[in-house]
Write a protein that binds this ligand. Sequence first.
Ligand SMILES: NC(=O)c1ccc[n+]([C@@H]2O[C@H](COP(=O)([O-])OP(=O)(O)OC[C@H]3O[C@@H](n4cnc5c(N)ncnc54)[C@H](OP(=O)(O)O)[C@@H]3O)[C@@H](O)[C@H]2O)c1
Length: 313
Amino acid sequence: MDYRTLGRTGLRVSLAGLGTGGPARIGQSAGLPEAESHRLIREALDLGINLLDTSPAYGGSEALLGGALAGVPRDRYVLATKFPPYQGKTVKQDPQDLMRSLENSLRVMGVDYIDVLQYHGVRPESYREVVDRFQPVAEEARRQGKIGYIGITETAANDPEHRMLEVALAEGIWDTCMIKHGILNQRAAQRVLPLAEEHGVGVFVMASVRRSLRSAEEALATFHEMEAQGLLQDLAATPEDPLGLGQVGQPVPSVTRAAYQFAAQSQAVSTVLVGTGNIEHLRQNVADILSPGLSQEQMAYLQRTYGHLAWPT
Ligand SMILES: NC(=O)c1ccc[n+]([C@@H]2O[C@H](COP(=O)([O-])OP(=O)(O)OC[C@H]3O[C@@H](n4cnc5c(N)ncnc54)[C@H](OP(=O)(O)O)[C@@H]3O)[C@@H](O)[C@H]2O)c1
């Protein structure tokens, strides 16, 4: 495994991180038995993954982590969970909701501290309200030793242009952030990743595959939809080479490999989260992230062809 520094936290985190949300929710969405989700989490640790991302909003993911991590030395992993600040579309009223949510996460996971507590899915229009209401309580939790660092995550579907993070990162108050960044979402490279570097903010990448790049068929369907919307012209995609990378060398063996490798390419990125309920996918994705990356010509091609997109899924 490769490890990178998580911004100003100084924590060393694995370049591949385990995401326990997304479409897979470590197997919950597919009805995977609990013991199999436990096996997946322990396999992640065996593969050298030490960064685990979760949220109370991911069904039973926190409980599954708690079960799988029982007996694992606490210094073997960096645990990142979240505080969901909304009730529906409204910001929760009571600042103490954060403390209650955090204490519940600690109880469910059977740990006595969280390395990184992140505000979950903050929308641009309510960023200020969320920070003003809950940040004093988050700071209190840090003083009490219940959390180490404080981060913020964006909403991939509602804010694909990273409007919230452009404001947030410039304030210099965040230890970490989570962004959607990948072949179909390259805009973070313009403002957000440089801002993160400037302010020492550790970057988690989420959803670089998600529901658009899981297979050649899915990628082709995505590109045809983009073409129909006028977002792509002169489509070079074929079933054998959906990204068109053969035009600048060899096609890559899979779109997921290209997607995760693309996400890992910037040194501003600390960890690329992999969301899966499939142990073979987990092994493959880790191998892909660690294998020799895309060539300069391939990166340039992907930037030229897809760099204008801000695709939400
Ligand atoms: N706002 C937020 O805070 C926020 C939002 C979104 C995500 N996140 C975090 O970021 C993590 C990563 O995002 P994500 O879960 O959307 O992840 P992702 O890794 O981009 O995509 C996950 C999807 O890809 C599939 N997949 C993974 N590897 C595959 C492979 N080798 N071949 C084919 N399909 C593959 C998974 O299904 P299989 O089970 O079949 O592998 C799943 O459906 C989440 O788990 C969560 O922790 C946070």
